[in-house]
Write a protein that binds this ligand. Sequence first.
Ligand SMILES: Cc1cc2nc3c(=O)[nH]c(=O)nc-3n(C[C@H](O)[C@H](O)[C@H](O)COP(=O)(O)OP(=O)(O)OC[C@H]3O[C@@H](n4cnc5c(N)ncnc54)[C@H](O)[C@@H]3O)c2cc1C
Ligand SMILES: *[C@@H]1O[C@H](CO)[C@@H](O)[C@H](O)[C@H]1NC(C)=O
Ligand SMILES: *[C@@H]1O[C@H](CO)[C@@H](O)[C@H](O)[C@H]1NC(C)=O
Ligand SMILES: *[C@@H]1O[C@H](CO)[C@@H](O)[C@H](O)[C@H]1NC(C)=O
Ligand SMILES: *[C@@H]1O[C@H](CO)[C@@H](O)[C@H](O)[C@H]1NC(C)=O
Ligand SMILES: *[C@@H]1O[C@H](CO)[C@@H](O)[C@H](O)[C@H]1NC(C)=O
Length: 507
Amino acid sequence: MHHVSFRFFLAAATTGLALAPPPPPSLAKNQTSVLILGGGVSGIIAARTLHEQGIDDFLIIEARDELGGRLRSKQFGAEGRRATVELGANWIQGTQTGNGPTNPILTLAQKHGLKATESDFYNSIVTYDETGPADYLDVFNRAVEAYINLTVAGGARVQRKQVDATCRTGYSIIGAKPKTPEEMVSEYYMDWEYAQTPEQTSWIASSWASARSSANNFTYDADQGGFSDGNLFSVDQRGFKHFIQAEAHTFLSPEQTLLNATVRNIAYSDNGVLVTLADGTSISADYAITTFSLGVLQNDDVLFEPALPTWKQEAIQSMTMGTYTKIFLQFEEKFWFDTQFALYADRERGRYPVWQSLDLQDFLPGSDIVFATVTGDFSERIEAMSDAEVQAELLDVLQTMFPNTTIPTPTAFFFPRWFSDPLYRGSFSNWPSGFVSPHHANVRANVGQRLWFSGEGTSQKYFGFLHGAYFEGLDIGTRVAKCVHAVGACESLPFIEEVSNATPYDI
Ligand SMILES: Cc1cc2nc3c(=O)[nH]c(=O)nc-3n(C[C@H](O)[C@H](O)[C@H](O)COP(=O)(O)OP(=O)(O)OC[C@H]3O[C@@H](n4cnc5c(N)ncnc54)[C@H](O)[C@@H]3O)c2cc1C
Ligand SMILES: *[C@@H]1O[C@H](CO)[C@@H](O)[C@H](O)[C@H]1NC(C)=O
Ligand SMILES: *[C@@H]1O[C@H](CO)[C@@H](O)[C@H](O)[C@H]1NC(C)=O
Ligand SMILES: *[C@@H]1O[C@H](CO)[C@@H](O)[C@H](O)[C@H]1NC(C)=O
Ligand SMILES: *[C@@H]1O[C@H](CO)[C@@H](O)[C@H](O)[C@H]1NC(C)=O
Ligand SMILES: *[C@@H]1O[C@H](CO)[C@@H](O)[C@H](O)[C@H]1NC(C)=O
């Protein structure tokens, strides 16, 4: 056990001292420091924001041995045939329309020369079912249209101040009731976006939040303040993380980052914060910004002292964390489709439905890599299985898709277990029905003036996205900078002590 003295007031867990006293208010400006907990996009952008406001007295604490968070890449493939693939985020979703607003992730990617390719889910796709190749693109296109209709109807509900419902309710009301495997897999791209089923997803929030269709809304629809309906897919062999690591490089010095350091406990008071690491080290500061995923907050992987207030806990536990799992296979040689995407309609909804080829011009030609994506409960299911069992299921599905090919043994196989990983506990947050706007305000709100929350999950418009994490780092960083500059200027975010019902139950 050792002690890190960060700034001047160090404490305490290992020496038995109480939380160090606050600096006298007149000295606050000089003696302030901020702990940024987590080194993903949100933490790095919060740090950059502090730096731009003249505050360099901060420390990023990150459990892993590099920055980037859910931008996680891996060298995948047989010896001598490896390529960098993305286990986490892969797309810049929504780019720019004309001179309209730009996705800030695109701006950073361009600044740091990231290599990315246009991704075309709608026009570069082939379809399969349990008989092999089967053309049901007409069914698919109707499902896309139904999704657009769903979001328009969801927007109308907002206008009319109607209560939320699930996307399943919405689909049923607009008359989309998938029954066949082909209809179910065509609807599945909704799960593919939200990492949860239509039953688990808010009709209203999914209408504003995203969707890979052209209609919606803050991310994809330029008319609604969105960027564009374009998607860029990173194929950069330095990893998609390169853009944020390079950005961090422009302003961070090594002593502003503590890697390989897992936070266990966050004690907070009106005077400051005291963070204790897994190795017993404790570090104190005037402010902390936690950027841990919603899943981490939900599962007590990090403990708060005192426990977070009920309004905060209710909000954290009411939003949901979805899981999105990419399963990579490399073969001796490519035997599959020449499009970017393929759908596979199994009679079980969500069973290895979406396939992507990386062995394509402008992607990773010659890589012989293909990957499948599963989400939600199905992700949790396969995380509980051995790699060999999952591989066997995938080879089975490939055999079904390609009945005339003898499917060879893959030369490499890998999938990440996001749901079981205590640093993430899933892939990204999702907005369930029954989770109302005041709940989300409470997910985002600071607790007291010293403890702040940022990350993709705190973004109302862009939860689940890299740009959500970015905008939150910017906003929360700006707010904390104000506090640092003058305690008196510190403005708390609003929270709602008790989220109540506009039309109480009459029982
Ligand atoms: C599989 C997958 C696919 C995705 N696809 C896309 C996509 O294509 N496009 C897109 O825009 N978004 C995508 N996302 C979402 C995007 O990756 C996230 O929204 C974004 O990276 C979140 O950034 P963040 O800073 O909020 O959180 P994080 O990146 O999770 O940063 C938090 C950091 O905290 C660290 N940490 C956690 N616990 C501790 C602890 N106890 N002590 C110390 N450190 C800790 C973590 O290691 C992490 O580095 C995807 C995510 C996943 C997982
Ligand atoms: C702040 O720090 C500077 C430089 O270290 C010092 O000159 C100044 O007196 C300090 N101000 C206060 C209010 O302590
Ligand atoms: C973090 O841990 C890894 C693996 O244990 C090690 O290789 C690396 O040097 C460490 N990095 C830092 C900055 O401590
Ligand atoms: C979508 O809405 C349009 C306009 O109301 C309608 O004509 C069309 O049939 C709907 N499509 C689906 C698949 O629901
Ligand atoms: C989303 O955009 C569509 C138009 O493309 C609009 O009809 C709908 O109301 C919007 N939804 C929300 C929730 O703003
Ligand atoms: C598989 O082979 C059979 C018999 O030669 C043929 O009829 C069928 O079209 C082939 N299927 C595919 C997907 O190539």
